[in-house]
Each structure stands twice: as C-alpha cells, then as structure tokens.
Design a binder for this molecule. Structure first.
Ligand code: NAP
Length: 283
C-alpha cells in the first residue's frame, strides 16, 4: 500500500492515477472524504485526514509500505513533522518521498521557502526510512490563478512579464514521484525538477490565447499590485520570496534540470503541454 497525501492536489491527483495505472494499491489522503480523484480505480481507497493532526493519518499508515508526503502548500512550519514521521514509522512505512521545493536550496535565507522546508527535509532524512526528496521549481499549474480573468475578460495580469522561469508540469513531478515510490535505486537522492525551457508570463499568456484561438491581453502588474492580489491567499513572507523568484531569479532558478528526462527517458512536459490538457479551465 502506498499512501499519497495531498491526493486532490496538482501533484497528488496525477500521482494517484500513475500509481494505480502501475497496478499499485493506493490510499489517497485528503481532508474531504468526497474530494478524492474522480472515477478512481478499484485499487484506490480514500482516507480523510488533516496533516495538521497526525493522529488522523495513523489509520492510513498502518501497514503501508511507502508514503508520499508534502507540506500542504500552507507551509511546513504549520505541521508537526516529527509526529507525522513517528506515525509513519509505527505503521511500518519503509520509504518516504517528500515533495519539497527548489527554494530550500536557492533561497536558504527565506523563512518561508528555506528554513521550514529545510527542517522538513532534514526530519525525513533522519526518519529511518529510505527517503527521496523532490525539489521542483514553480508549477505550470500556478497559471490556474489566471483562469477566472481569462474566462471572464480574456486578460492575464501578472508581474515581471518578460522574466523567464522553467515552470514544471505537476504531472512530471507525479511521474518521478511514482517511480521513486515503487522502484528501487532512488533512496538518498534529492531530485531538482523543472520544465524543459524558460517561458515568461507573457509567453504563457500567449500559449493560452493560441489554444483558445482568441486574443488574451497581457497586463503587466507592478510588484505592489501583485503583492496586493497575492495577499488574498498568501502570508507576507511567502509573497516576498515568491516575488523575488518571479522578478529576480537566481541562475540556479533559471537552470533547466535534466533529471526528469534522465529518470523518465522522455523530455519534460512543456507549459503548452500542461495548458493543452487544462485549457477547459480557461474557456
Ligand atoms: N505551486 C508551486 O509553484 C510549488 C513549487 C514548489 C513546491 N510546491 C509544493 O507542492 C505542493 C502542492 O502545491 P500546490 O500549490 O500545487 O497545491 P495543491 O496541489 O493545491 O495542493 C494542495 C493539496 O493539499 C491538500 N491539503 C491542504 N491542506 C491539507 C491539510 N492540512 N491536510 C491534508 N491535506 C491538505 C489539499 O487537499 P484537501 O483540500 O482536499 O485536503 C490538496 O490536495 C505543496 O506542498 C507546495 O509546497 C509548490
């Protein structure tokens, strides 16, 4: 049994599908029992748990062989990671794949991206289980934030329109996670994951326009305008580091990682691949 946390999320959903397609028994964990992947195959069972309360995870971990763990997106500092890892150990989990973030390495001074993520990685390394750490850069799926304005008035508003980043398709993260969960040879590895090319926000908006077959206007926001918008769903320290990455990426944040291609023996998916699969959200 492989336990997948964040099973309704951008990585968790395709991961559950990839594991099921590979014939694995999966427990898909999310806070809402009804919010599991649609049309789940028979070997997927759902377990309702909140990572903020490790006890709720315990029944899912009982007898599990492997665990895919993430920080919920709200931040590792909100979780009692040692208690989660204790529950995993007690349940017999021998292998943990942690969804971390590139920011752990590239923004070590950041309290949100660096310190909390580093502490979670370290706890997993010390857990006694075989571990693999995934450090993706920014997700292609962050473009979902543009879905409503594109649907309603065919506009994308974003800061730093001409700064390129190699955004990664969460389905690629899921495919790498899947093999790390059931194949041998990944213990002790830390994999940085990116897309295959730099794309700018303006280029991503154009890709959406091409797929829609309609004009989509790009409005470049100031950093302050972007900050005001991000405050609706992110705390200030996270915003500061996110804007720094979007506006002044370091060379390592713009580097194309070869890992996805090396591990999966195919090129990493492009932003256009992600957008093509998800264009319905923008119609
Ligand atoms: N977005 C990026 O650019 C980026 C970059 C690097 C790393 N990451 C990491 O990737 C992960 C996914 O990020 P995302 O932004 O794409 O988010 P997301 O896919 O929307 O993931 C959120 C998932 O976490 C679950 N969740 C949230 N709070 C939870 C809790 N307290 N207990 C159990 N499950 C909980 C949600 O399910 P329910 O609501 O159904 O419980 C949902 O499945 C995060 O760990 C994030 O730190 C993201």
């Amino acid at each position: 049994m492989i336990v997948v946390t964040g099973a309704t999320g951008n990585v968790g959903r395709p991961l559950v599908e990839a594991l099921a397609a590979a014939g694995r028994q999966v427990t898909a964990v999310s806070r809402n029992a009804a919010a599991g992947p649609g049309a789940a195959p028979a070997q997927v069972r759902h377990h309702r748990a909140d990572l903020a309360s490790p006890e709720s995870l315990r029944p899912a971990l009982d007898g599990a062989e492997a665990l895919f763990l993430h920080d919920t997106g709200a931040g590792a500092h909100l979780l009692n990671v040692p208690a989660i890892l204790d529950a995993a150990k007690a349940g017999g989990v021998a292998r943990i794949v942690l969804l971390s973030s590139q920011g752990v390495a590239t923004r070590p001074q950041s309290a949100s991206h660096g310190a909390a993520g580093r502490a979670m990685e370290e706890a997993v390394r010390q857990s006694g289980a075989d571990w693999t750490i995934l450090r993706p850069g920014g997700f292609a799926s962050n473009a979902y934030a543009w879905a409503e304005p594109v649907r309603t008035h065919r506009t994308v508003a974003a800061p730093f329109g001409d700064v390129g980043l190699p955004v990664v398709d969460p389905a690629d993260i899921a495919d790498v996670a899947a093999i790390a969960l059931y194949e041998d040879g990944h213990a002790g590895a830390t994999y940085e994951l990116t897309g295959p090319a730099l794309t700018t926000p303006r280029q991503r908006a154009r890709t959406l326009a091409d797929l829609l077959g309609e004009r989509v206007d790009f409005v470049e926001q100031t950093a302050d305008e972007a900050r005001a918008q991000m405050r609706r769903f992110m705390p200030d320290p996270v915003i500061d580091t996110t804007l720094a990455i979007l506006g002044e990426p370091t060379p390592s944040e713009q580097r194309i990682s070869p890992v996805t291609e090396q591990l999966l023996a195919r090129p990493a998916r492009t932003f256009a691949d992600w957008a093509g699969r998800n264009i319905a959200a923008f119609r």
